[in-house]
Design a protein around this ligand. Sequence first.
Ligand code: FES
Length: 168
Amino acid sequence: MQAYPVSVPLPSDDKRWKLVAATMRRHNYNATALIEVLHTVQESFGYLDDVALRFVASSLRLPMSTVFGVATFYHFFSLKPPGEHTCVVCMGTGCYVKGAARLMQTIEEIAGVKAGQTTADGKVSVVAARCIGACSLSPAVVFDGEVIPRVQPATIRDQFRRWMSHDA
Ligand code: FES
């Protein structure tokens, strides 16, 4: 089968888009890979936003309505994080061995939430991701779309304090 020379540019230089593109490439940009591609987006970003859906639709040459239909049909896809802020903790092997579990534990201690949950005040949604493509920066965490390298429990504490205070 001939490879489809896709020319859709990545939405940004966020390395997570490369993972999404790699999943599509692995499936030769075949439309039947849609669900798996959406899974990769969700595992990397925590949810599927409009930018992601458009990127996937153009890359797989599918109508936006099809992609949107699939994304809304399955309950395991979410189109928005429920919290005002999103904290994605990479739990891939590279980050795990560098202390990602400790970071998750810190979040639970200070904010009372685990992966997949949102703080009671609606401020922060916490997501566990597989490798987000930044292993050289492990352990890596993504605060509101910004990849933070070599995160320590203190980094988590500071960020959550800022987010959960009134002026965040
Ligand atoms: S394992 Fe975390 S970025 Fe690769």
